[in-house]
Design a protein around this ligand. Structure first.
Ligand code: SF4
Length: 413
């Protein structure tokens, strides 16, 4: 059985590092505006040496996302970018592309870099897989509309590697086929600018007898809590069906979210790392610790669904807005000293004896709770409360399990 790669999003250097630290095998990231996250921080070609150095520390891979659908003005920008990449001594492990013109340019300018086909292209059958393999594509990211059986069938054709999304936001429309953002706000989804109008709340506006719109005669579409999100898709969460996904033989399991925070990416990657490793070590007898399920519930998310992969018929959430994260990061461990003492960079205030939740930087350790018996400043003065943007030393009474990079969190509510 193939152990699938766990593929994480990275919007900046901090997330890139955290993704590998918490167990990602590979990351995908964008450069400039040539990808479908035009508004995330993104990287430049000059960042490649540092990106690949960090990946090398973890023997990880880096996939560069170039999946915009450029018109003739923008294709020049793509070409210039590829020439810059060709001149760089450091190259990414692969590029994720979707437009045939971009694929052609990649073949001409950087033929040595592997190409993965983005989900945006919409590869729905084996003949399409064969077509793309003939164009030099080595991996295809299947549409989110595929069931487990369809994923297994695609893998069994042995045409190329197969990647699927396992967690994160979903589109209400068929992958790569939505123009709502361009129509409503002039921001084109296929240029990475989607304003997500599917998440807006909508009203019904009446027309008079002659068919003219009457903007002052609006009716709210109410479902619950005073509003309705009629196109709002739930978020994908396949943690519970990871064993079935592994059994399809799929090569890569992808987490969505290049705009997500360091904490979100760390937390999600850790949960999926545990699920994949646990199934490989113990097979059907593996029971995923409850703390991983709880982690995903505590994060910022819309109601979860296993989506088309899990055969869930209820993927739209008409009556729920997004749930806010129930976790606040209050500190990050910078150094560990003898006698159960750790040096902490304080992000939000926390008190002695307060029960806090630790997200360990070690990918193999599950989240756990801990209270500090003592907080002192760097001059050795005792404090009841650690203050934001200070560095403090914390002590706990039992054996100190804290490690550099561990996140200290408060669970709210
Ligand atoms: S408007 Fe919604 S469904 Fe359409 S591309 Fe944007 S996020 Fe996806």
């Amino acid at each position: 059985m193939i152990k699938p790669e766990l593929l994480a999003p990275a919007g900046n250097f901090e997330t890139l590092h955290a993704a590998f630290l918490h167990g990602a095998d590979a990351v995908f990231l964008g450069m400039g505006t040539l990808n479908l996250r035009a508004y995330s921080e993104n990287f430049s070609v000059d960042d490649l040496p540092e990106i690949m150095r960090i990946a090398g520390e973890y023997s990880g891979k880096v996939y560069l996302v170039l999946n915009t659908m450029p018109n003739d003005d923008q294709i020049i920008e793509v070409e210039q970018f590829l020439i810059q990449l060709a001149n760089s001594p450091i190259k990414p492990s692969a590029m994720i592309v979707s437009d045939p013109g971009v694929i052609r340019l990649c073949g001409k300018i950087v033929p040595e870099i592997e190409l993965h086909l983005s989900t945006q292209t919409g590869t729905f059958n084996s003949e399409s897989l064969k077509f793309w393999a003939e164009q030099g594509i080595t991996r295809v990211v299947l549409p989110r509309e595929f069931s487990l059986e369809q994923i297994a069938h695609s893998v069994s054709q042995e045409i190329c590697e197969i990647e699927v999304f396992v967690h994160g936001a979903m589109c209400v429309s068929v992958s790569g086929r939505c123009l709502m953002g361009a129509y409503i706000s002039g921001r084109h989804p296929n240029h990475g600018e989607c304003s997500q109008p599917c998440r807006f709340s909508y009203d019904i506006v009446a027309r008079d007898g002659a068919g003219n719109l009457m903007p002052d005669k609006g009716f709210s579409v109410e479902e619950e809590n005073g509003t309705a999100y009629i196109f709002n898709s739930k978020d994908l969460n396949t943690l519970e069906i990871i064993p079935q996904l592994i059994e399809t033989g799929v090569h890569s399991l992808k987490i969505e979210g290049r705009n997500k925070s360091v904490h979100y990416v760390s937390s999600v990657i850790k949960a999926y790392r545990a699920a994949i490793d646990g199934y490989f070590e113990k097979g059907d007898s593996y029971v995923l610790p409850e703390s991983y399920r709880t982690e995903l519930e505590l994060l910022d998310h819309r109601p979860y669904t296993t989506g088309f992969v899990g055969g869930d018929a209820q993927m739209q959430s008409v009556s729920f807005a997004k749930e806010k994260s129930k976790i606040r990061v209050v500190g990050v461990v910078k150094e560990v000293l003898p006698n159960c003492v750790a040096v902490v960079d304080v992000k939000n205030p926390f008190k002695t004896e307060e029960l806090l939740s630790i997200l360990p930087a070690n990918a193999k350790v599950a989240p756990y709770n801990l209270a500090f018996t003592e907080i002192v400043d760097l001059s050795g003065n005792r404090m009841n409360t650690a203050i934001t943007n200070r560095v403090v030393c914390v002590k706990n009474s039992s054996e100190n399990k804290l490690k550099v990079g561990d996140m200290i969190r408060r669970v709210i509510g």
